[in-house]
Design a binder for this molecule. Sequence first.
Ligand SMILES: [Mn+2]
Length: 426
Amino acid sequence: MKIDINQLQDINKKQGPLHVKSFDFLSEILTKDGHDVQKVIERLQAFQVAIPSWALGAGGTRFGRFSFYGEPSTLEQKVEDVGILHALTQTAGAISLHIPWDVPHDFESIIQLANSHSISFDAVNSNTFQDQPNAEESYRHGSLSNSEKAVRQQAIEHTIEVIQIGEKLGSKSLTVWLADGSNFPGQSNFQNALIHTEESLKTIYKALPRDWKLFIEYKPYEPNFYSTVIPDWGTSFLLANACGEKAFTLVDLGHHLPNTNIEQIVATLMLHGKLGGFHFNDSKYGDDDLTVGSIKPYGLFLIFNELVQGMENNPQNPSPAWMIDASHNIKDPLEDLLQSLEAIQEAYAKALIIDQLKLREAQERNDVVQCQEVLQNAYRTDVRPLIQEARLRSGGALSPILAYRDLLIRKALVEERGKNSKATGL
Ligand SMILES: [Mn+2]
């Protein structure tokens, strides 16, 4: 299904007059404070976040999964769902595929479909955390780090195949997340596991096309609970450096132990030109994959402050690949993603209106109070009219969730796909 632009504009018109008032009011304040409002809006319009194919169905937990009605059961339907998100927000112009869940049957037609929704193919993701039917080797005791060469070889070959599929779709990057680790002390030889992982990644890196990037994701625990082979940004950074200049660290907000200072990690990686990918979500306890900004919106703002500073001052760091890596098990997945996209834009907009000059001056003077005032002045500003204006100018909805509900999109999806259609994935 595709959103009717005329219907969307009718819905926007109803909220138009109030929006104009609030936008003019905010513009006046920001302009008085020395901000270039047009520039901020342009940056918001340019900020595109990829949607992972696995977030379009209801997420599961290890205890069960409650499907949501009208889930996309084919790759075509997943692209159409991202098309809906992009039509409403104009900030979700890419899909990130997971192989083997999303292997296209017909490459030409899936590319055409994506083009018709203005969707591109972002990073492709390999899967060495599950055994596939008919696979000769098992990943029970690890994949790229496995002590057995044949298992490592199978994992390497799968990952290279993922690159080849991505190439046909126009992807430009590969994300590797390893579930490898151990559950009990003594089970694994840490040094050997790391040596094997580095060797495997180097072999994959050699197969990477010249204009591609390799993103190495880290995570402290889960599914293994004693050790993980790539547990933190330092190990990922070390492996990325060992591979070469096309390899980068990927930061996933949920992949840290509680209270880790993620904004400092971002600053360090960008200074060294190694922040390649970024996965948004939120968490209370661990890798909860909750809606972005639903638990710690101020933390997200502080992270965006470092991202904005890095994007402005670190030409050695390429523009990171942004993706939402959240997956909810009780909400309508599309509404959940709309909320995440909104939270990302909000944190970004707030970071863009931090008075960086004033902040730096206060830092130089060690005026601690003033530093906090500068940050919190930006954070406490209601930037929603800015985001709405950016969306409106790009042809999206003033209020995406309201439009999604007014247009009865889920009802239409259920009618088209049936009540019990299921998305592939976990
Ligand atoms: Mn992730």
